[in-house]
Design a protein around this ligand. Structure first.
Ligand code: SF4
Ligand code: SF4
Length: 372
């Protein structure tokens, strides 16, 4: 019965993934936790909570649910909805301080764009341990003495995740377009829905074929135009092979395909965790004089861009081309040794990143300046 509920929640919330799904905040006991049991913290996006509870099955632990307004961890942290304030609030109000004898709380690594380890320690005495990116890796993380290995620290975009994103896009778009078509253009209703689902599934399922081209800095506008061009060619070919096709048909479907190709492909940056979501001209830069090799950057980078030279106590960026500009490394570096820099030499201060995050859901303003 529980599995059925979990499956229904998965299907329903995948279809409506673009919307927030808040659940109750506070404290959940998993198994029979004791004074020395681990404390996990996650956001109050319903599906995430279900997945974390599932991953914790068989353990004795406490699970704190912070108020992220029903948004998933990465989007909430990057957009300023899962911050120090929400973490401090749940640590202070849930009663957890009276239940455990330690002060260690495990947060998902993707919260590192919004929650500052240093501030949480200063204000509450709690030490953050960064857990794995995906809840399913919690058992491995625990077996490994609460250390996330390179594999557990990296975001991926596997088939099942691409399918989920494709379905959520297709469902939302076809719901909206379907209502309009049913009222005003009933004859195109069925082909329109089929087109939207086919386009969305193809775009995300075939992502591995073109993803590296996009992440190498090529414009997504070029990609959208290419996809639209292919569809136009297919339409012309179809019209050539079937005698009854008219210019009216070609123009109508040319416009329809233009609109949906651009909506679907232009949001690839938002849909894929492997692409930078804007500000591509920025580069993470290391101030070698300030770096002390503390490796916070290496621990929180979801793209494994860093190595730390343990002998020289210095961070290096051997895989900088993989960076998605999430800002986690800059926000967490305790010595302000990292910053974003654009080709003109302007920098974004660590303090600015800490204040505005990526601001995906808000003003999305980042102040630049030459004074580090
Ligand atoms: S850049 Fe900052 S976090 Fe990374 S190793 Fe250097 S001091 Fe540590
Ligand atoms: S190097 Fe790039 S991807 Fe890695 S944490 Fe820093 S900003 Fe994020």
């Amino acid at each position: 019965m529980r599995f059925l509920g979990y499956a229904v929640a998965n299907v329903f919330e995948t279809l409506l993934r673009l919307l927030p799904f808040p659940c109750r905040t506070g404290l959940i006991k998993i198994g029979k936790p004791q004074k020395d049991s681990p404390v996990f913290l996650t956001c109050n996006y319903h599906l995430t909570v279900q997945r974390v509870k599932r991953a914790l099955k068989g353990m004795d632990a406490y699970l704190l649910i912070a108020n992220s307004r029903g948004i998933n961890v990465w989007c909430a942290a990057a957009g300023g909805h899962l911050t120090n304030h929400e973490v401090i609030s749940v640590l202070k109000t849930s009663g957890i301080e009276g239940l455990v004898g330690h002060r260690q709380v495990i947060l998902p690594q993707l919260a590192a764009t919004g929650v500052e380890l240093k501030i949480i320690k200063e204000k509450t005495g709690w030490r953050i341990i960064w857990g794995p990116v995906y809840a399913k890796d919690i058992p491995v993380f625990m077996q490994n003495k609460m250390k996330a290995g390179r594999m557990e620290r990296e975001v991926k975009f596997p088939f099942i995740q691409r399918l989920e994103v494709a379905i959520s896009w297709a469902f939302s778009l076809s719901l909206l377009a379907g209502i309009i078509a049913a009222i005003f253009f009933p004859r195109v209703f069925v082909p329109l829905i089929l087109f939207i689902w086919g386009l969305s599934l193809a775009t995300f399922i075939f992502y591995p074929l073109y993803g590296s081209w996009l992440s190498s800095g090529k414009g997504s506008l070029t990609f959208s135009l290419l996809v639209w061009g292919v569809i136009l060619l297919a339409l012309v070919l179809y019209s050539h092979l079937s005698s009854g096709i008219s210019w009216r048909f070609l123009i109508r479907w040319g416009i329809i395909s233009f609109v949906f190709v651009f909506i679907t492909t232009l949001d690839l940056k938002g849909g894929s965790p492997l692409l930078a979501g804007g500000f591509e001209e920025l580069k993470v830069t290391i101030d070698e004089d300030k770096c002390r090799g503390a490796a916070f950057c290496e621990t929180v980078c979801p793209r494994n861009c860093y190595d730390v030279n343990r002998k020289k106590h210095k961070a290096i960026l051997p895989r900088a081309e993989r960076c998605v500009l999430c800002g986690a490394c800059i926000i967490q570096c305790p010595f302000d040794a990292l910053y974003f820099k654009n080709p003109e030499g302007e920098v974004i201060l660590p303090g600015t990143m800490r204040k505005y995050k990526q601001n995906l859901l808000g003003k999305r303003v980042m102040k630049t300046g030459n004074n580090r």
